[in-house]
Ligand binder design. Sequence first.
Ligand code: FAD
Length: 273
Amino acid sequence: MIPAAFDYSRASSVEEAISLLGSHEDAKLLAGGQSLLPAMKLRLARPSMLVDIGRLRDLSYVREDGNVIAIGALTRHHDVAASDALHDLCPILSYAAGEIGDPQVRHMGTIGGSVAHGDPAGDMPSVLLALDAEFVARGPNGTRTIASRDFFTSLFETDLHQDEVLTEIRVPKTGGRGWSYIKFNRRAQDWAIVGVAALNGGAPAISLTHIGLTPMRAVAVERALADGADPETAAQHAAEGTAPPDDSFASAEYRRELAKVLVRRAILDAMSS
Ligand code: FAD
């Protein structure tokens, strides 16, 4: 399919991107184009203007910042997966980035695009939610930091304003915490039918991919684990509060049962890693 007509402008700085976003009320940023362009071809998105930030290389980095690792929003999935710093200090994130799509998608798609798109089937959003990541956004009124728990508001909706650019993702160093990300799909390059991120050590953190309108924390499971339940018992709470989609890949009921199985496996995996 051919997208509807649109204007195009390439920004040479974040400030210019913000100003261009302000010039059209339905202007959208273009990063890797791996989600936005397919949506435009299907006419699910019809922005009148695209502001291309894909060449803002100073937004592509992974660096340590005290107890945190700062990741530029334009860092490609491939570079997140290949980052030595993340591999050593926050391995769940580099592992999950390597599970996204196929090599072409990973070389084009960006972590910031994944977060801003707010797709509940995306791998990065739920892993970042388990990590209690923070998102830094810059707009005409300055910079603000948004907690991941407050960021994903509904289906493909986030707390970002139309004229804001997500510039950085900040994740804690997980140190010696056990971790697991299990993505259940039919073929290696497919989206998750259901995914589970788990962190062990400290307060247990479990989050779910593709199980509702947004990525979500499995709060009832976390509470059960904190109260001393064993993984099998705690995992029985995995579907509480979820509203999984019913689609050609799996029914909602199947996803609910799958969530319980995968949560149990992810907790055990995190405990043994
Ligand atoms: P774009 O498509 O350029 O933008 C997406 C949205 O985010 C747009 O609304 C855009 O305006 C906004 N945006 C982008 N950057 C910013 C920013 N810095 N600040 C504010 N708003 C911004 N993802 C998975 O998680 N798992 C998968 O298994 C998977 N499989 C895929 C398979 C295929 C065949 C394809 C095409 C994509 C797949 N994806 C998958 C999606 C991929 O991860 C995308 O890269 C990602 O969702 C969007 O990143 P992008 O840089 O391409 O963003």
